[in-house]
Design a protein around this ligand. Structure first.
Ligand SMILES: [Zn+2]
Ligand SMILES: [Zn+2]
Length: 115
């Protein structure tokens, strides 16, 4: 991780090889001195009783996207959007197909019933 971590309360930078900083579920970073207080109420967003993970391996891998360069993050976001849009398109087409078949069946049954 290239970015320097900075505590969102006391603005200390993460010292190498010492106790790791923590990332809260609300997306804020606190040093070891501030995290206990932050877990009761986040000084940044005022959320109460929040969880946090220590920013070290292996838990870091779960949140390392947070520290990716924005250009990379946007690119992967674009890919995710494209992928999910595509999935949605496929499902929508299938849905319309089912609706069409259903209407066809209903139509046929109505014809059958009225004859
Ligand atoms: Zn701090
Ligand atoms: Zn917060």
């Amino acid at each position: 991780m290239e970015n320097t971590l900075i505590c969102n309360k006391c603005f200390a930078t993460a010292p190498r090889g010492k106790k790791p900083f923590c990332l809260t579920q609300c997306g804020h970073i606190y040093c070891h001195g501030c995290i206990q207080q932050a877990e009761k109420q986040c000084p940044q967003c005022q959320q109460m009783d929040i969880f946090s993970v220590e920013l070290q391996q292996p838990s870091l891998s779960r949140v390392e996207n947070f520290f990716a360069p924005l250009s990379e993050a946007l690119e992967s976001l674009r890919k995710i959007c494209g992928f999910q849009n595509n999935q949605m398109k496929i499902l929508t087409q299938r849905f319309h197909e089912i609706v069409r078949l259903f209407n066809l069946c209903t139509f046929n049954r109505n014809i059958y019933l009225t004859c």
